[in-house]
Design a protein. Structure first.
Length: 119
């Protein structure tokens, strides 16, 4: 597992997850979680998001379908819409172009596009 956050090479590598999504457990299988298990799952989700945020990654699509439970551990998945909080400048003559990774702009919500600021 790892990540490369040096534009233009942006990638996240994860291991294969054989568990079921939290969505499947709650909505399809109608599994009942004890209060203790619910707290453990919530803590693990918080720790996972803290890990991502500490590395400048904002998931932007966290939902029960993107959270797997595998052997008692939470796995956060689907980084297809993740973003880097620090966008870098391109290397044009004036040095003022903002580099957006290819294919991202058409998937960003309007409020996200409006909030884009070079850092």
């Amino acid at each position: 597992m790892g990540a490369c956050m040096k534009p233009p090479r942006l990638a996240i590598v994860t291991s294969l997850c054989k568990g079921m999504t939290l969505f499947t457990h709650i909505h399809l299988r109608k599994d009942k979680f004890t209060n203790n298990k619910s707290v453990i799952v919530a803590q693990q989700i918080s720790q996972g998001m803290g890990y991502l945020h500490a590395r400048g990654i904002v998931h932007k699509d966290l939902k029960t379908k993107n959270i797997f439970l595998e052997n008692g551990k939470v796995v956060i998945t689907d980084f297809g819409l993740f973003s880097v909080t620090k966008l870098c400048f391109g290397n044009n003559a004036r040095g003022d172009s903002l580099g957006i990774p290819p294919g991202w702009l058409c998937y960003l919500a309007p409020e996200v596009v409006r909030a884009l600021r070079p850092h």
